[in-house]
Structures are given as C-alpha cells and as structure tokens.
Design a protein around this ligand. Structure first.
Ligand SMILES: [Fe+2]
Length: 391
C-alpha cells in the first residue's frame, strides 16, 4: 500500500462515486462496509483471482467475502452469468464486487441481476428490445484492472449468448455500479497485449463519444480531455515496463471517456466491433483498434469540423514526442500512428477474420443501436465496405 488517502469524487450526471489513488484497492473492505454491505461475492477471472493483492484482501476479510467466483472468461457467456448468479443466491450475498477487465465488470453487473432473478440473463437475449432489470438487483462495486472499457462507470454489460452466438449489449440505469475504485497499481498486473487493447478501446470511446449525435457540451468536454490524456499517456502505459504515472493518467482518462459515452453512447466502430468478437473471439479493444481509422474516415464527410478538432486534441502526443518519428496530421493519420507506436494490429486479416464472414457481420452490425448515434448514417453496404477496407 502506498497511500492511505484515496480521493472520493462524484460527477453531476453520473450515479457512480469514484475512489482513486495508488493503494485504493486496500480500502475496498472499508468502502463496502460504508455502503452497508456485509457479505459480498467477488467476481473476477482466474488471473485476477490469483493476484497476490486480491488474495491478501479477500483472505483478511473472510466474513465480508464468503467466496471468490473466479470463472469469468473473456467475453463472458450467459452460462457464466447463470453460474455466478446461482452462487450469489446460494450464499445469500448482499453485494457483488467485480474486479478485472471489462469482461469481469460486465459479468459482475449481470450476476447482480441474475442472483435475484434466476434465468434473467437468458431472457435478455432479445435484440432490439430494451433491457429489463429486476428492482432488487444487488449493489455493484467495480474495480478495474485494465484502463479501457470504463465498465466501472457505465450502465452497460456485454454478454455473449451461447445458443445464438449473439453479443447482447445490455443497458439499464440499474446496471451502474454504486462505486468504482481506481487503483493504478492493479494495472501493473495486466499483460502488455491487454494494456494495448484496453488503451485502444478507451481511445475509441473518447473519439466516438465526441462525434456522437447525442453528445452534449459536457460530454464533449470530457471526450476532449480523455482524447488528450490518452494521447499523452498510452505509449508509456503500454510499454513493456509501464510507468505508474502514465497508467494512472490512462486509467483516469478511460474513466472520463466512460462518463462521456454513458450519456452520448458510441458509433459505427463499436457497432462493427461486436460481431468480430462474437464470431472470431477478437479482443474488443483490438477489434476497435483495427476499425477506428476506417470508421473515422467514413465519418469525416459528415463531421469535418469535429475531425479537425480531434486532430488538435491528438496532436498533444506529437508535441510530446517532438524529435521522434511522430508527426502532426489529420485525426485519422494520428490514430493510425498511435496504434502503430503501441503495436496494435492494423488489419482484420492479421487476426484471423475470414473474408467470407464480412457480409454476415455487416448485416449484424447494421442492427446495432450505436449506429443511431453515428454522425453519418451507415447502410449494410457501408458496413461491408468498412470491413473490407479493414481486412
Ligand atoms: Fe468499447
């Protein structure tokens, strides 16, 4: 533990309280008890379940943490949610603590609902229908170990349905965590590839929320701040030996982008990214990294001024790296350059996507509610072209 005074923040348009600072993880038991919780199920993946810091805290508070459900896989399935919900119900816990990347936090949210209404998650596999959440959903506390998805401050949860192979982006105000605990020291545990994927996911959130048709003055300010801070920090935060200050800056920027897109929603890149993960298991952030420059280029004719602004925000990086190979340029060019600098893949063909799948994925992506927020309307044919350009 390196600090005993993490800061508590709240934001006027968000129900989530954010506690942040190095060592904040060790305050989680105190924070949970302050929320009135007495028996909390920890939800995480196997790697996080084995982290020394996680085992230390859960072992020291066995009364508070009767069990650790460490079976969350990347892109959590309805079966995982049913198993976690069943365990939470059996143990009669009164809260859910999600610790991990977006998959674990999304799973924690869904388990909080499944625990009080068995079978709930399967009922939500109904594309186009609004998510229904039981009134008595368990309180959720979220501790991210990656700086990307911002699931800790959003009302969204992406679940993969085994039978239909659909990815259900669930969305309901009851899925907001009560509390998000941001400890940059936990980010040191993530492998470099996961930090790259998360960083590109965060950048995509910041850019898509800035361009969204539902953006407000407030969300645009947050998106701008997030783009600038991601451009400042993502290279150092994804280095093999990451800098803790850069990780903290990226973690906060990812969260701020989350506050923005919780309100503004996202756009064509996220619409097109979900089928790639559902069909080919491509990490969400990598799917975004590959599609982002193509989505921005598609949007440019409908958002010329905003794209010019984004170029200015992103150029924070080129100013910071003056003297290196990085040059200022259009927003699309700078995003490509940043992705290249951190070693993100550039083509769908590099990550195992079959070209024959493109037509089907375009049909699926065209149903995404995110397209309603995109600055330029996109048809199935536009999505097909986008995938082909990215292939
Ligand atoms: Fe995302």
């Amino acid at each position: 533990m390196t600090s005993d005074s993490p800061t508590h923040e709240s934001f006027p348009d968000s129900p989530v309280t954010v506690v942040s600072g190095p060592g904040a993880w060790h305050r989680v038991p105190t924070e949970l008890r302050a929320l009135g919780l007495q028996r909390v199920l920890v939800v995480c993946g196997a790697n996080v379940g084995h982290l020394g810091a996680v085992q230390e805290v859960t072992a020291a508070h066995r009364d508070l943490f009767p069990a650790v459900f460490d079976q969350v896989e990347p892109d959590p399935s309805d079966r995982t949610i049913a198993a976690g919900g069943g365990l939470a119900a059996k143990l009669q816990v009164d809260g859910i603590l999600g610790v991990g990347g977006g998959s674990s936090l999304d799973a924690a949210k869904a388990i909080a609902a499944e625990a009080v209404q068995p079978g709930w998650v399967l009922e939500q596999d109904d594309p186009g229908q609004p998510t229904q959440v039981p009134d008595e959903i368990l309180p959720i506390v979220a501790v991210p170990t990656t700086a990307g998805t911002a699931s800790e401050v959003t009302p969204f949860s992406v679940i993969t349905y085994t039978a239909t192979r659909r990815k259900g982006p669930l969305s309901h105000p009851a899925l907001y965590p009560k509390l998000a605990v941001l400890d940059p020291e936990l980010l040191l545990s993530a492998p470099r590839e996961a930090r790259v994927a998360a960083g590109m996911d965060a950048l995509t959130h910041a850019i898509e929320s800035y361009l969204s048709r539902q953006a407000t003055d407030q969300t645009r300010k947050r998106s701008q701040a997030a783009v600038e801070d991601i451009a400042r920090s993502v290279v150092e935060a994804t280095a093999p030996e990451p800098d803790l200050h850069a990780l903290a800056q990226l973690q906060r920027a990812a969260m701020i982008a989350g506050l923005a897109f919780a309100v503004s929603r996202l756009g064509i890149v996220h619409a097109a990214a979900l089928p790639l993960s559902a069909l080919f298991g491509i990490p969400h952030g990598i799917a975004n990294a590959i599609l982002l420059p193509h989505g921005m280029a598609f949007n440019e004719p409908a958002a010329e001024e905003d794209m010019g602004n984004l170029a200015g925000f992103l150029s924070v990086h080129s100013r910071k790296s003056a003297g290196t190979a990085m040059e200022a340029g259009t927003a699309v060019r700078q995003v490509r350059e940043l992705a290249r600098l951190i070693g993100a893949p550039e083509k769908l063909s590099e990550v195992g996507v079959a070209r024959e799948a493109i037509a089907g994925m375009a049909e699926t992506a065209a149903l995404s509610p995110n397209l309603k927020n995109n600055p330029r309307p996109a048809t199935v044919e536009d999505l097909q072209t986008l995938y082909e350009q990215a292939w």
